[in-house]
Ligand binder design. Sequence first.
Ligand SMILES: *Cc1c(COP(=O)(O)O)cnc(C)c1O
Length: 417
Amino acid sequence: MVPHEFWKALRMTDFVTHLEAAIDGTRLPADRIQTLHAGRPLWVRYDLDAVRRSVMPEDIARRPPTLWRYRELLPLPDGTEPVTLGEGMTPVLAAPRLGASLGLDDLWIKDESQLPTGSFKSRGLAMAVTMGRRFGVRRLAIPTAGNAGGALAAYAARAGMEAFVFMPKDTPVVNQMECALAGAKTFLVDGLITDCGAIVRNGAAHMGWFDCSTLKEPYRLEGKKTMGLELAEQFGWTLPDVIVYPTGGGTGLIGMWKAFAELRALGWLRSEKMPRMVAVQSDGCAPIPRAFAAGERFAKPWENAATCASGLRVPAAVGDFMILDAIRESGGCAVAVAEGRIVAAMRRGVAAEGISLCPEAAACLLAIEALVSDGRIAPSDRVVLLNTGAATKYVEAVPLTLPLIENPQSVDYARLA
Ligand SMILES: *Cc1c(COP(=O)(O)O)cnc(C)c1O
């Protein structure tokens, strides 16, 4: 058995029971393509008692280190081969130097920049493309702030499927390149991601494509959920005190919270204590912190959204209430940080630990600093920061002015230090 085909040796049992509308609990069958219900997302539900009887954490520990090791908690039906680039099981790195500079004794970074296509979008899109292929879809489409398009393009190519990507015209150039290079039909749009979303929605009937927008199909969320499963396993089936997450559409935060609930129901966690979930946005686009502060369950769209942390430039999220519910249930909060400080925080964070922090994660550093100073995070708390993408994808965000050595034959070494 070649390593990447390990799932063929696993017992092929599908534990999905149904899909459930997040807004009103309506049950929907999982054996066909489903999108939204009442304009809102769906949960994938499992027979967790059957999962508990079928697999134990020790079994999982012996499997290869990709997100497919959690297949009993994933929507992979019998006989379905994943579309995979080897994604998952990213390292959780201790960050003592950065932690100390933020006033924390126990800071960790889960480094999602090491995933295929350099962002955690590969988790969700590996799952969505796998399920799309399973249901006979040939053509996929996505509106994107950048990284989701890159991931869809890569996984569509991997699956031999057709992809259409729509992105704002000022999307980072690396994202534009990765989509075009992977053969996706890639379009720049004079508008925001919400305008791109409308293009995909309105074109569905004419183009016959499958809409892979965040939370508009149920499976990207299950892929993102594996971040939470990994975190629990990597900390010996315990959870940290605080999880700080850069929030756009919110799938990562919602997905981790779902993962923790499923693990608790399975009885796999060594402590019942759940982490406080912290959603971070830029004050250039902060619909979630605004709704959180106002005590509202639904977020009003943000006008004139602008941030260099392109993954956070989501003025309206279809799963807003799922994000806000998770934050409140967990005892966490939502924080907006100063847009103008993000790039400096990125330089400081990368220089402190050598981890390739994206601007979205840099925003989280500013949030941590604020929460430590107002006492909502204690210095001894175990805090995990999600580094959702690689710094190197944001070429335009980080201006460089490097000194030039004009005469390599006569370097004045005294001036280098
Ligand atoms: C997409 C993205 C986010 C936001 O993720 P959501 O699941 O939409 O909340 C954060 N950081 C990066 C780098 C992203 O690409």
